[in-house]
Every structure is written in structure tokens, then in C-alpha cells.
Unconditional design. Structure first.
Length: 277
């Protein structure tokens, strides 16, 4: 397979870092965005001009447009865009502040929407490409203590699913990646908690406070997950969803089954709410 060019946001850590290392080592070219340039200095030294970098804060819409435009101009063609930058905000709804709510939504949801919109004119002009959006098992499940993180992921799932239908005719495929917990540096670098309230100490919402403890060891292998994401680009048509990890598959399947069980008994009532034929 001929080398490809990937644009990936947030390559300094997590899946962004795993993907970048795997792609560069197999001979592909990566355009990666970071908040701190020195966080990927080792990759720049090792891979030289095959690793293009730029500063990007995905809460800055104007900067997103500038960086995307420059990447496509300087690299000519980008085959795959990975919208990866984001983080986890956990805590009961009462425990997170208004500022925290706005920031996680501006990063995970609005930032990802802006990245998707910014790349579309370029992908259409070059006759197609692939958009990969990092979501989560949290994009289809709902658990106490994760309401705001899940709101950001449910939102980007809806946007990307609708977008996939809008752009299919241009040869642009869209894939939502839904991993379960993985042993990345998410716990230490990309996880934030609200301010604990005693009222929630003995409730299910308090369980998320354990996520930052060293003994919490997710089952997901980030290297295997990154390999599956890379392999998905060879699938045509693009898979709309890529579920990775036992916890993700079991959790999503249970959530969807429960939702169907909730609505199916309501068919007669639902139909009765229309004007008579």
C-alpha cells in the first residue's frame, strides 16, 4: 500500500500519540497538532519532514481554520483526518462548575465539529478522504458521574452520523471510534474531576472518583486499538462505528438493548399521536 498522509489533532498523548508512532514507523506521513511543541520533540527528531506539526487549541475556531488550511496547502493532499483532541470530565452534575461544562463541550463537541467543518472543503476538492472521530463507549451509554463527558460524546456522535450521510456522495467516509477504557495516559493527563460534594459520597456517581487511582487498570490495549483504527481506513465503505474493547462492546450492546425495550411497547401510543389518516 502506498504511504498515506494523516492529519491528527492532539498527537502528544493518548490515541493521538499511539496512532502517530504506528503510522510514522510504517512509512506514512503525519500532520499532528499539539498544545506544546516540546511534547513531540522526540518524534520530530526521529522522523524529520514526515512529521509535520502545528500548535492548535481546538477551542479556538479561527486557529482551527488556519492550521487546517496550512496543512492541506503545504502537504498537498491529506488522506485521513483524525479528530482526537479531547479529555474526560467526570463527577455528578452538581459537582462540576459552569466553566468546566463550557470548556469540555467547547473542546470535545464544538472543537470536533469545527475540525470536521474545516476539512470538508479540502476533502471535497481532492475528491474524497476519510474522517475518523474519536468518541468513546460513553458516546452510546449513560452512567452516573459521567453526564457531562457523555453529553459531549453523544453530541459528536449525532453530528458525525448525520455528516456521514451529507458527504458520502463526495467520496468522504466518516467513522466514529468507540473504545472502552484503555491503558493510555488518560488517567494522568486527560482526566478531570468536579469538586466532590459530600451528598454524593455514597452514591453510584462517586465511583468515578476512583478513575485517577493507580490501581485502576483498564483492560484495553492502546496499541491494538490504534492498529484497528488504522486498518479501518482500508474498509470500503467506511464503517460508521468502530467498537474497541470488551467493555465497550458489552456496554453499548446492553444500552441499545435496554433502549429498544423501553420504546417498543410504546408503538401504539406513538402512532396514536398523529392526525388520523
Amino acid at each position: 500500500m502506498a504511504p498515506q498522509t494523516w492529519f491528527i489533532t492532539g498527537v502528544n498523548s493518548g490515541f493521538g500519540r499511539e496512532l502517530s508512532e504506528a503510522l510514522l514507523r510504517r512509512g506514512d506521513r503525519v500532520a499532528g497538532t499539539v498544545r506544546k511543541a516540546d511534547s513531540v520533540a522526540d518524534l520530530a527528531r526521529e522522523f524529520g519532514d514526515r512529521f509535520w506539526t502545528a500548535h492548535l487549541d481546538v477551542t479556538d475556531g479561527e486557529e482551527i481554520t488556519r492550521v487546517v488550511d496550512r496543512a492541506f496547502t503545504e502537504l498537498d493532499r491529506i488522506d485521513v483526518v483524525v479528530s482526537n483532541a479531547g479529555y474526560g470530565l467526570f463527577g455528578a452534575a452538581e459537582e462540576v462548575s459552569d466553566d468546566q461544562i463550557l470548556h469540555v463541550l467547547n473542546t470535545n463537541l464544538v472543537g470536533s465539529i469545527r475540525v470536521g467543518r474545516a476539512v470538508l472543503p479540502h476533502l471535497r476538492a481532492q475528491g474524497g478522504g476519510r474522517i475518523i472521530q474519536l468518541s468513546s463507549v460513553a458516546g452510546q451509554t449513560a452512567a452516573p458521574g459521567a453526564s457531562l463527558y457523555q453529553a459531549s460524546k453523544w453530541g459528536i456522535e449525532a453530528f458525525m452520523e448525520a455528516l456521514s450521510h451529507e458527504v458520502a456522495g463526495f467520496g468522504i467516509g466518516v467513522t466514529l471510534v468507540e473504545p472502552g477504557g484503555a491503558r493510555t495516559d488518560f488517567q494522568s493527563g486527560s482526566l478531570r474531576l468536579g469538586r466532590p460534594l459530600a451528598a454524593y459520597d455514597n452514591t453510584a456517581a462517586a465511583m468515578v472518583r476512583n478513575l485517577q487511582k493507580p490501581e485502576f487498570r483498564p483492560a484495553g490495549d492502546p496499541k491494538r486499538m490504534a492498529a484497528a483504527i488504522i486498518d479501518s481506513v482500508e474498509q470500503h465503505p467506511a464503517p460508521l462505528r468502530l467498537v474497541l474493547g470488551r467493555s465497550a462492546y458489552d456496554g453499548i450492546r446492553a444500552a441499545l438493548t435496554e433502549r429498544l425495550a423501553d420504546i417498543e411497547p410504546q408503538q401504539e401510543l406513538a402512532y396514536s399521536a398523529d392526525f388520523p389518516e
